[in-house]
Ligand binder design. Structure first.
Ligand code: GUN
Length: 278
């Protein structure tokens, strides 16, 4: 039976550390959060980010724009925030309405305030092993593993999912920690044959219960990045938790696993952005 890797517990420690550093630093890091339109999931994420900021003594500024605001006005707001010295971090909640080019928005945020680490300059620096900001979800996974004393050196990390937000940067961070890394995706042949080779399996697919027990080697570490809302309203990860927990050595729950770590890493990046601005 697997031991549980609790993101809730580790994130609480990280937040305590950030709150202490903020107190000692003397300035309140300020995060500007932009939300466009009324997507209910985005609303929840943004509210949580504002709550997290308050909990560690940061300021947050919310810019709630109507769905029909248009790209020009959104880019103008970002430009204003880029040049405002009181703002240390800028985050534009995705997804955006169809008439707005998410890549143009990502490029518009100053790399020095890009606490999501989505800007091409920051993505490039992650690839080069010289990051300014770490991508929040992969960084949260790395912190969780480190806290449990799980080293990636020489281990086979299999990442299922190749998104720009999770799969690709997760592979880069694992590689940077001297893991041997395989990235799998929807076109991978014999997916189960590859996932069964994983010492550490990272599921970032976005489909509930996608990783079944037959895809997991006895004793593997299983990290579930998925957050899927079921028809009954409950949250479920990408991993068939109960069955996989029988085989894994460690497993992250959903909720309470990677999610709280992602939120903690956003605060860590915002603190770093504020510190670098002095
Ligand atoms: N939408 C879903 N996840 C994220 C995230 O990490 N950052 C932003 N900006 N939008 C998101």
């Amino acid at each position: 039976m697997a031991q549980i890797l609790s993101g809730t517990a580790v994130a609480a420690k990280v937040l305590e550390r950030i709150a202490d550093e903020t107190k000692r630093g003397g300035i309140a890091p300020t995060l500007a959060v932009i939300i466009v339109g009324g997507d209910p999931a985005s609303r929840v994420y943004v509210d949580n980010k504002k709550k997290d900021c308050a909990r560690v003594g940061f300021h947050s500024l919310e810019y709630a724009l109507p769905a029909d605001v248009g790209q020009t006005k959104l880019l103008a707001l970002i430009e204003t925030l880029n040049s405002d010295p009181r703002v240390h971090g800028i985050l534009c909640q995705m997804p955006l309405p169809r008439d707005i080019d998410e890549r143009a928005v990502t490029r518009a945020i100053s790399p020095a305030k890009d606490v999501d680490a989505f800007h091409p300059e920051n993505v490039g620096r992650i690839l080069l092993g010289d990051p300014v900001f770490l991508p929040c979800t992969p960084a949260g996974v790395m912190e969780l593993l480190a806290e449990a004393g799980i080293s990636l050196e020489g281990r086979h990390v299999v990442v299922v999912g190749r998104s720009s937000i999770v799969g690709k940067p997760m592979a880069m961070l694992a590689l940077g920690a001297n893991a041997t890394v395989t990235i799998c995706h929807s076109k991978t042949a014999d997916l189960a044959g590859i996932t069964r080779q994983a010492d550490v399996l990272v599921a970032a697919v976005g489909r509930a219960n996608f990783i079944t027990a037959d895809m997991v080697r006895e004793g593997a570490v299983v990290i579930d990045v998925g957050i899927n809302r079921l028809e009954n309203g409950k949250l479920r990860g990408d991993v068939d938790y109960e069955a996989v927990a029988e085989k894994a050595s460690w497993i992250t729950p959903v909720p309470g696993g990677v999610g709280p770590m992602t939120r903690a890493m956003l605060l860590q990046n915002t603190l770093a952005a504020a510190a670098a601005s002095i």
